[in-house]
Design a protein around this ligand. Structure first.
Ligand code: NAP
Length: 273
């Protein structure tokens, strides 16, 4: 195998993963490189052949390839199978092994803060790929009722069916009705892409209080409108960058079989905070 790693997706030029992984390589004095490689939708098979030809050691997978990549794997772990998407691939002498580190990446910041999920009410905004990993995580950790709210009802229903199949206690609420329900939920999670373009919060923050835990998985910008207003109301905040770092650390450990230098990776991302 080569000592090159990559993240594939489209768009990919904004990816923060090369910064994070290359900082870890430098710190551990590993002679490795991590690059961003744009593979447009519809060109995945050719793109993966090219990566195999250069004996890529491993790669991360992001939008739009997380589901399609599953078909090109030789093996996959259970998490990858359950979620139905892959975000980490290890090239084991030509055999591509798939993993999904989004679930652990999502849970890790909650565990680090010693917050209890078991029996807690969860409001999940969004029903895309990331939401699937989050639902899987919340069901695994025995959350209480999980309410899904999403712009497209059809996608919310589909995610509900998936959640029920894996044993979740779930229902769907129309996005317009969510504001009145907020006080009933301990965890309020944004897994929509709202916030990436500095849009206003997808929900009213009026009823968010110090009893709420607000987790916005959008990581760019770090302080979304939802985060800023929830912080003002005294809520416990979990930032999208915390999930990004934890899933990156988990991918790192799959590839390198050694503990990821989390603080170094964090510094590379936040610039010394
Ligand atoms: P996705 O599969 O494309 O899903 C996007 C979700 O956002 C869908 O629920 C979609 O609703 C909703 N949405 C998009 N634009 C909207 C709008 N204008 N109004 C209302 N809803 C809208 O994407 P994904 O992979 O789940 O990622 C979602 C977000 O999470 C992205 O910002 C991504 O960067 C972030 N993310 C962060 C991490 C991390 O480590 N922090 C990891 C993964 C993803 P519809 O169903 O109605 O289209």
């Amino acid at each position: 195998m080569s000592n090159t790693y990559a993240v594939i997706g489209d768009p990919i030029d904004h990816s923060l993963s090369p910064n994070i992984h290359n900082a870890a390589f430098r710190h551990l004095q590993l002679d490795h490189t991590y690059i961003a490689y744009r593979i447009p939708a519809g060109e995945l098979t050719a793109g993966i052949e090219a990566l195999k030809a250069i004996k890529i050691a491993g790669f991360n997978v992001t939008i739009p390839h997380k589901i399609e990549m599953m078909k090109l794997l030789d093996e996959m772990d259970t998490t990858c199978k359950v979620i139905g998407a892959v975000n980490t691939v290890l090239n084991d002498n030509g055999k591509l092994k798939g993993y999904n580190t989004d679930m652990i990446g999502f849970l890790d910041p909650i565990k680090k803060k010693n917050l209890t999920i078991e029996g807690s009410q969860v409001l999940l905004l969004g029903a895309g790929g990331a939401a699937r990993a989050i639902i899987t995580a919340m069901v695994k950790e025995k959350a209480g009722k999980i309410t899904i709210a999403n712009r497209t009802q059809e996608n919310a229903k589909e995610l509900t069916e998936f959640a029920k199949k894996i044993g979740g206690n779930v229902d769907v609420a129309p996005m317009q009705e969510v504001d009145e329900l907020i006080a009933d939920y301990k965890f309020i999670i944004n897994s929509t892409s709202i916030g990436m373009k500095n849009e206003p919060s997808p929900i009213s923050t009026e009823n968010i209080s110090k009893n709420s835990i607000v987790y916005d998985i959008v990581y760019q910008p770090m302080n979304t409108d939802l985060i800023k207003k929830s912080k003002e109301n005294g809520a416990t905040i979990i930032y999208g960058y915390e999930m990004l770092l934890s899933q990156a650390a988990c991918s790192f450990e799959i590839w390198h079989k050694t503990e990821a230098p989390y603080d170094v990776m964090k510094k590379a991302l936040l610039g010394g905070v």
